[in-house]
Design a protein around this ligand. Structure first.
Ligand SMILES: Nc1nc2c(c(=O)[nH]1)N[C@H]1C(S)=C(S)[C@@H](COP(=O)(O)OP(=O)(O)OC[C@H]3O[C@@H](n4cnc5c(=O)[nH]c(N)nc54)[C@H](O)[C@@H]3O)O[C@H]1N2
Ligand SMILES: Nc1nc2c(c(=O)[nH]1)N[C@H]1C(S)=C(S)[C@@H](COP(=O)(O)OP(=O)(O)OC[C@H]3O[C@@H](n4cnc5c(=O)[nH]c(N)nc54)[C@H](O)[C@@H]3O)O[C@H]1N2
Ligand code: SF4
Ligand SMILES: [Mo]
Length: 882
C-alpha cells in the first residue's frame, strides 16, 4: 500500500476467526493484516469484498417513530416514555432486550448493564442462544467456567484434526486454510470430518464420516468406551485432574454397545469407525473442532460433553495441539459471553449465585439488580407472543429470519405494543416490524473491541464518518439510561471508558476464581485503547501479556479445581420421519453472511450461488419427481418456501440441505426459519436448527424469466423471485404460474430509473405461441431495464446485460443483441463464478480442463483462479475430478 494513504488496522466484522484487516483510506481497498495473529495477512472472499459493501444503499440513516422521521432526542424520549409506561403498568418482567454476537463488547456491556442492573429485567438474551449456547453450557459443566482452552496455533500443531459438525472451508475459511497448510507441511497429520453431508471441507479429509444426523453423541460415547476397552486412557490425568470418570464411562459403555451395533446406529461403516478410533488413540495431539452440527441440537450440550469427555479421558485439554475447540460463529460471540449477554448469565462470567448478584450490584451501584435468570430466546419470543412481554428492543440481529418458527415470531412482534429495532440497514424483515427504528453505525464507522474464537481481543477501528444520523449502539442505549435518571451510571463519553469499566468488573473481587479477567486493561486511557494490539485473555497481574492456553496446568474453575466428566445417554432425534417426509438440514454457503443484509450488496458475492436452493439426493429427486434446477416447494405444518433444486450425491438419501440466508428482501418465499420447529436443548435453550421434518414437491411454473432495472421500485408480483444487486442496477430472477403475457405487462412496470424524465422507448418482442416475451426500455440511447420471459428458462447472461446498464450509450449491435438475447460475440458468458477473487467462471475452468490443465496449480497458472484466498480450491478439485 502506498505510504501516503492512511491505513486503519481493524478487524473483520464477519466470522469468529476474527481476522485483522488493513483498510486503505476511507475503504478504497482492504487487505489482510500481516501482524494479526488470527490470519497473518490472509482474508477469505467475504473479508476481501468488504469494501464492496460500504456504500450507503439500503442504509437506515435517520431515527423513525411510528413511521415518521424524527431527531435522536425525540426518538430516545419516545423509547424512554414507552419503557417507563410499560414498567409502571406491567413491571420489569414485561420488558426484554434481544442482542447479538455482532455487537461490539462496549455496546453489549451497556445493554446488559441497562437491563439487568437498572431496568431490572433479566430478559436480556442474544442470538448467540441460536449459536453458542450449547458450547457454553458444555464448557461450564466440564470446566466450571465458559473457557475455550486452546488457541489457533493448536491447529498448526495437531496430529489429528477432527471437524465435527463444521463446514470450516466455507464458514471459517482462514482457519481452514491454516489446516490445509498444516496438513501439507506434515503429511502424517490426519483429518476426519464428521458431517452427514459431503461438504467442501471434506476436500481436506482423510476420512469423512457421513453419519446419521444427530448421532454424534453416540459416536463420541462409543469412542470413550472403545478407548477404555483398548487401554488408551490417560489414567494419571484422570486421577489427578478430573472427577466423575467411572460414571461417565459406565454410561458410555451401556449406551454404545458393540462396535457393529454402534456402526449400525450411526449409519457408518464399521471399518471407518475403527479407523477413526485408532487414529484418535495413536495421536495425542488431537483437536476436535466443533460447531453448529453439534451445538444446534436438542441434545447439543450433551454432545459437547461427549466430545470433552474423550479429551479429558486422554488428557488432551489445553496442551499444544490438543484441545476440544468449540469454534465461535460471530465476530463477537465470545465478547457477548464475557459481558453476560445471555439471559442466564451476569456480567464478567458471573452467574446468578447470591454472591455474584451482590458483587455486580455493588460494582454497578445498581438500584434494580436482577436476581434470577431471564427467559432464553425461544421462550422470550413466546412471552412476547402471549403478551407477557410488551416492550422489546432488538439490536443487531434479524430474528424474523433466524429464529425457529419465524412466522410465529412475526405474529408475536405484530402484537407487541412496542418494538424498538436498532439496525444499520433500513429494510430487513425485523426492521419492517419496528415501531421505533434507530439507525446504527456499522463496520467502518464503529469503534470498539471484539473477541474471537481463541479469546483474542482486537480493536474494530473506524475509518469512515457515521453517515446521516447513524450512531453507535452503546450511545443510544446509554442515552436511554440517562433519560431514566441514571446520569452517572451511563455517563460515558467514549467507548474507551466503557471498556475500562468492563475490564475493571472482570477483575473485581476475582482472586483467580473467574477465568475471564482482563483487569490488566482496566487502566487503559483513550490513547492506550486506540493503540491496543490483539491480546488473548486473561490479561492480569499473572498474565500481563495474555495467555495462549488455559488449563495447561490441569487446574480448572470448579470448586475443587478438577474437571468434570459428564455421563451422557446419547439420544437420537426422537422419532424417524413419517412416510414421505424428509429431514431438512440448514446452514451456510461460502459467500453469504446470515440474512444477507450486508453481503447481499455485493454482486460478486452472489455470483457463486445466486439463488436460494434445496440440495437433495438423486433418489429423492426421482421419488418426488424433481429435476435439477427446477423450483421446488419445501413445506411442513409450520410454513412453506420455494427454492431451486440442486441434485447431488453429497446429500444422504432422505435428507435435504437449505441455506439459511435468503429473507424477504431477497426472495419471494425462502425464509426457511419458518419451517424449523422451536425444539430446544433443555440445558442450553439452543434450538435444533438442523433437523426439521418437511415434504418436498415440484413447483409447477408456466414461465421463467428475469428482470433488470436501474432502480428498484418494489418487489415483483409473481410466484417466485430472487434478488441480486448489479453494478448499475438490480436483477430479479422470476418464475410464475400465471399467463406469461399478463405477467409481462405487470412486471414491466418495475422497470425504471431515478428522476424519471420523458417516457422511455420500449422495444418489444413477443412470440405468444412459443411463450417468449421480451421488453427492453431505452431512454436517450441508454438501457434502463429489460424483462425476459421464456417457458423453459433458456435466457441470456445476466451479467452481460447488467453490464449494459452501466453504459451511457448502447451500440447498434448491442441493441439488436439485446432483443435477440445474446451477446454480440455470441459468448454465453462464463457460467457461475467459482473463483470470486479473480472472477473466473465455471465454463472457463472447464474449457481449460479440456485444454489439458490437470491440477489446481495448472488452472491457477492459466486463469489465476484459487491463487488468492483459496476458498474455491475444493470446487476446483471437484471440477477436475468430474
Ligand atoms: N460464509 C459464512 N461463514 C460464516 C457464517 C455465515 O453466515 N456465512 N456465519 C458464522 C456463524 S454465526 C456461525 S455460527 C458459523 C457456523 O459454522 P458451521 O457450523 O461450520 O456452519 P453450518 O453450515 O451452520 O453447519 C455446519 C455443518 O453441520 C452439519 N450438520 C448438520 N447436522 C449435523 C449432525 O447431526 N452432525 C454433524 N456432525 N454435523 C451436522 C451441516 O451439514 C453443516 O455442513 O459460521 C460462521 N461463518
Ligand atoms: N435454520 C437456521 N437458523 C439459524 C441458523 C442455522 O444454521 N439454521 N444459525 C443461527 C446462528 S448460528 C446465528 S449466529 C443466527 C444469525 O442470525 P441473525 O443475527 O438474525 O442474522 P444477521 O443477518 O447476522 O443479523 C444481523 C443484523 O444486524 C444488522 N447489523 C449489522 N451490524 C450492526 C451494528 O453494528 N449494529 C446494529 N444495531 N445492527 C447491525 C444487520 O444489518 C442485520 O440486520 O442465525 C441462527 N439461525
Ligand atoms: S475468515 Fe472470517 S474473519 Fe476472516 S476474513 Fe473471512 S469472514 Fe472475515
Ligand atoms: Mo452463529
Amino acid at each position: 500500500m502506498a505510504a501516503h494513504i492512511p491505513v486503519t488496522e481493524t478487524t473483520c466484522p464477519y466470522c469468529g476467526v476474527g481476522c485483522g484487516v488493513a483498510v486503505q483510506g476511507a475503504g478504497e481497498a482492504v487487505a489482510g493484516l500481516e501482524s494479526h495473529p488470527a490470519n497473518r495477512g490472509r482474508l477469505c472472499v467475504k473479508g476481501a469484498a468488504l469494501h464492496d459493501t460500504l456504500d450507503l444503499r439500503h442504509r437506515l440513516l435517520y431515527p423513525e417513530v411510528d413511521g415518521a422521521r424524527v431527531g435522536w432526542d425525540t426518538a430516545l424520549d419516545a423509547v424512554t416514555r414507552r419503557l417507563r409506561d410499560t414498567l409502571a403498568r406491567y413491571g420489569p418482567d414485561s420488558v426484554a432486550c434481544y442482542g447479538s454476537g455482532q455487537l461490539l463488547t462496549e455496546d453489549y456491556y451497556v445493554a446488559n448493564k441497562l437491563m439487568k442492573g437498572f431496568i431490572g429485567s433479566a430478559h436480556m438474551d442474544t442470538n448467540s442462544r441460536l449459536c453458542m449456547a450449547s458450547a457454553v453450557a458444555g464448557y461450564k459443566r466440564a470446566f466450571g467456567g465458559d473457557s475455550v482452552p486452546g488457541c489457533y496455533e493448536d491447529l498448526d500443531q495437531a496430529d489429528l484434526l477432527v471437524l465435527a459438525g463444521s463446514n470450516a472451508a466455507w464458514t471459517h475459511p482462514v482457519l481452514y486454510q491454516r489446516m490445509v497448510a498444516a496438513r501439507k507441511a506434515r503429511p502424517d497429520v490426519r483429518v476426519v470430518v464428521i458431517d452427514p453431508r459431503r461438504t467442501a471441507t471434506c476436500d481436506l479429509a482423510d476420512l469423512h464420516l457421513p453419519l446419521r444426523p444427530g448421532a454424534d453423541g453416540l459416536l463420541f460415547n462409543g469412542l470413550l468406551a472403545w478407548l477404555a476397552r483398548h487401554g488408551h486412557l490417560d489414567r494419571d490425568y484422570i486421577r489427578e485432574h478430573t472427577g466423575g470418570f467411572q460414571d461417565a464411562l459406565a454410561r458410555a459403555e451401556a449406551d454404545s454397545g458393540s462396535l457393529a451395533d454402534l456402526a449400525r446406529r450411526c449409519d457408518l461403516r464399521q471399518a471407518d469407525l475403527e479407523r477413526f478410533f485408532h487414529w484418535f488413540a495413536e495421536r495425542p495431539r488431537t483437536v476436535t473442532f466443533y460447531s453448529q452440527g453439534i451445538n444446534q441440537s436438542a441434545t447439543g450440550t450433551d454432545k459437547c460433553n461427549a466430545i470433552i469427555n474423550c479429551h479429558l479421558a486422554t488428557g488432551r485439554v489445553g496442551k499444544p495441539g490438543a484441545s476440544p475447540f468449540s469454534i465461535t460463529g460471530q465476530p463477537n460471540a465470545m465478547g457477548g459471553r464475557e459481558v453476560g449477554g445471555l439471559a442466564n448469565q451476569l456480567a464478567a462470567h458471573m452467574d446468578f449465585a447470591a454472591d455474584d448478584v451482590d458483587r455486580v450490584k455493588r460494582f454497578w451501584n445498581a438500584p434494580n439488580m436482577v436476581s434470577e435468570p431471564g427467559l432464553k430466546a425461544v421462550d422470550l419470543f413466546q412471552a412476547v407472543a402471549d403478551g407477557r412481554i410488551r416492550f422489546i428492543w432488538i439490536l443487531s440481529t434479524n430474528p424474523l429470519v433466524s429464529l425457529p418458527e419465524a412466522d410465529r415470531v412475526r405474529e408475536a412482534l405484530r402484537r407487541c405494543p412496542t418494538v424498538v429495532v436498532s439496525d444499520c440497514m433500513g429494510d430487513t424483515d425485523t426492521v419492517r416490524m419496528a415501531d421505533i427504528k434507530l439507525p446504527a453505525c456499522t463496520w467502518g464507522e464503529k469503534n470498539g473491541t471484539v473477541t474471537n474464537s481463541e479469546r483474542c481481543i482486537s480493536r474494530q477501528r473506524p475509518f469512515l464518518e457515521a453517515p446521516g444520523e447513524a450512531r453507535p449502539d452503546w450511545w443510544a442505549l446509554a442515552g436511554v439510561g440517562r433519560r431514566l435518571g441514571y446520569a452517572e451510571a451511563f455517563g460515558w463519553r467514549h467507548p474507551a471508558q466503557v471498556f475500562a469499566e468492563h475490564a475493571a468488573l472482570s477483575g473485581f473481587e476475582n482472586d483467580g476464581r473467574r477465568a475471564f479477567d482482563i483487569s490488566g486493561l482496566a487502566a487503559l486511557d483513550q490513547a492506550g485503547y486506540d493503540a491496543l494490539t490483539p491480546v488473548r485473555w486473561p490479561v492480569n497481574r499473572h498474565w500481563p501479556r495474555g495467555r495462549r492456553r488455559l488449563f495447561d496446568d490441569g487446574r480448572f474453575h470448579t470448586d475443587d479445581g478438577r474437571a468434570r466428566f459428564v455421563p451422557i445417554t446419547a439420544a437420537l432425534p426422537d422419532d424417524p420421519p413419517g412416510a414421505g417426509e424428509l429431514i431438512m438440514n440448514t446452514g451456510r454457503i461460502r459467500d453469504q453472511w446470515h440474512t444477507m443484509t450486508r453481503t447481499g450488496k455485493a454482486r460478486r458475492l452472489l455470483q457463486h450461488i445466486g439463488e436460494p436452493f434445496v440440495a437433495l439426493h438423486p433418489r429423492d429427486a426421482r421419488r418426488h419427481r424433481i429435476e435439477d434446477g427446477q423450483l421446488a416447494h419445501v413445506e411442513n405444518r409450520l410454513g412453506a418456501i420455494i427454492v431451486r433444486a440442486r441434485i447431488t450425491t453429497d446429500q444422504r438419501p432422505g435428507e435435504l440441505f437449505v441455506p439459511m440466508h435468503w429473507s424477504s428482501p431477497f426472495s419471494a418465499r425462502a425464509r426457511l426459519g419458518a419451517l424449523v420447529p422451536a425444539i430446544t436443548d433443555p440445558l442450553s435453550g439452543q434450538p435444533e436448527s438442523k433437523f426439521a421434518r418437511v415434504r418436498v414437491t415440484p413447483c409447477a411454473v408456466r414461465w421463467q424469466g428475469f428482470l433488470i432495472t436501474r432502480v428498484r421500485h418494489g418487489d415483483p408480483d409473481c410466484l417466485y423471485w430472487s434478488y441480486s444487486p448489479l453494478p448499475g442496477g438490480h436483477l430479479f430472477e422470476l418464475a410464475g404460474d400465471d399467463d406469461p403475457d399478463r405477467a409481462r405487462r405487470r412486471l414491466a412496470t418495475l422497470i425504471g430509473e431515478a428522476g424519471q424524465g420523458e417516457a422511455p422507448q420500449w422495444l418489444d418482442l413477443r412470440d405468444p405461441t412459443a411463450g417468449h416475451f421480451r421488453r427492453v426500455a431505452v431512454r436517450d440511447g441508454r438501457l434502463i431495464g429489460a424483462l425476459f420471459i421464456h417457458p423453459a428458462g433458456a435466457l441470456p447472461e445476466r451479467d452481460w446485460l447488467g453490464g449494459l446498464l452501466q453504459r451511457d450509450r448502447l451500440e447498434d449491435d448491442e441493441r439488436r443483441a439485446l432483443l435477440g438475447g445474446e451477446a454480440p460475440d455470441g459468448g454465453a458468458g462464463d457460467g457461475p463464478v467459482v473463483c470470486t477473487c479473480f472472477q473466473v467462471g465455471e465454463r472457463a475452468i472447464r474449457a481449460r480442463i479440456h485444454a489439458g490443465d490437470r491440477s489446481v496449480e495448472a488452472l491457477g497458472r492459466s486463469l489465476r483462479c484459487g491463487t488468492n484466498c483459496g476458498s474455491c480450491l475444493p470446487e476446483l478439485k471437484q471440477l477436475l475430478q468430474s
